[in-house]
Design a protein around this ligand. Structure first.
Ligand code: PBG
Length: 332
């Protein structure tokens, strides 16, 4: 006579009811985990669709402030601001990047005045301002010059901080720029300006729609950013980058892109144990939207699933174009 063999452990018991699923849930997504990247345009009452990012619009400042107010009321802690710079203001040396009356600097002042409690993160990199679309200043061969670029990034970061940016976020991947920016901020007594370093930023083709949105793709042409952004095949190098940025004075670090790089997020969080962010980039947004619009994936649940997985991987927060939509879903 054989006795019936029951599983000793039935993992399904805890999954049976909502109450026990909730009790054992390890990670939760809240609006406080979300950072909303936005594209700002010059002018008034301007709203432009970005064809490769359905549902994302470039907005003039007056409209952006209203959208930002909604984001703030939804509990989103911060916006990441990206400018759409007029072609006439782009140049070889990107001088417009540090103009006190530039679009970003004006936008920061206006946003901080209208919504003082909403965190404003600015992008420190020259690609919206260069006539060639690279993130830095190039030599005759088109090679991005590190130290020459850092000099300009310092002016840019300082102009953002002086305008009232809460966080400056260097996304350029030049060596040594975090330390130099920190030194200049200290010297100017801007001791509370936070630095969110795009530490492990990969030379990814998932950024295509973003380059359409800010209008740098045409300028960049067939060139790429592999001489400064990281090789997608590397993981250890990301830890090296993060460690250096922390030693140089970064307050927060970022891994970018997001979903194909969640292993890197986990390793950074485990090894460095610092505030770690990830960017669900434009190409990830576009892929999702394409599937949603075709009815191939269920939008609301997939958005929340994808963002929860960033939390599980160890991210303290996620930059995502879905921020407002996700925050609204979470409020329900
Ligand atoms: C530029 C910058 C990029 C992104 C953020 N800052 C593009 C790039 O490096 O070419 C990409 C964001 C996205 O794809 O959503 N320094």
């Amino acid at each position: 006579m054989t006795t019936r063999q029951f599983p000793v452990t039935r993992l399904r018991r805890m999954r049976r009811d909502d109450f026990s699923r909730r009790l054992m849930r390890e990670n939760t997504l809240t609006p406080a985990d979300l950072i909303w990247p936005v594209f700002v345009l010059d002018g008034e009452n301007q709203r432009e669709a970005v064809p490769s990012m359905p549902g994302v619009e470039r907005l003039s400042l007056d409209l952006l402030i209203e959208e930002a107010r909604e984001a703030h009321l939804l509990g989103i802690p911060a916006l990441a601001l990206f400018p759409v710079v007029d072609a006439s203001l782009k140049s070889e040396l990107a001088e417009e990047a540090y103009s006190a009356s530039g679009l970003v600097q004006r936008s920061v002042r206006a946003l901080k005045e209208a919504l003082p409690a909403l965190g404003i993160i600015t992008d420190v990199a020259l690609d919206p301002y260069t006539s060639h679309g690279q993130d830095g200043i190039i030599d005759d061969e088109g090679y991005v010059l590190n130290d020459r670029t850092v000099e300009t990034l310092l002016k840019q970061a300082l102009s953002h901080a002086e305008a009232g940016a809460d966080v400056v976020a260097p996304s350029d991947m030049m060596d040594g720029r975090i330390g130099e920016i920190r030194r200049v901020l200290e010297k100017e007594h801007l001791v509370n300006t936070r630095i969110m370093a795009y530490s492990a930023k990969y030379a990814s083709r998932y950024y295509g729609p973003f380059r359409d949105a800010v209008g740098s793709s045409a300028n960049l042409g067939n060139a790429d950013k592999r001489t400064y952004q990281m090789d997608p095949a590397n993981g250890d190098e990301a830890l090296h980058e993060v460690a250096l940025d922390l030693a140089e004075g970064a307050d927060m670090v970022m891994i970018k892109p997001g979903m194909p790089y969640l292993d890197v997020v986990r390793r950074v969080k485990d090894e460095l144990k610092v505030p770690t962010f990830a960017y669900q980039v434009s190409g990830e947004y576009a892929m999702h939207m394409a599937a949603f619009e075709n009815g191939w994936l269920d939008a609301d649940s997939v958005i929340l699933e994808s963002l929860t997985c960033f939390k599980r991987a160890g991210a303290d927060g996620v930059l995502t174009y879905f921020a407002k939509r996700a925050a609204r879903l979470l409020a329900q």
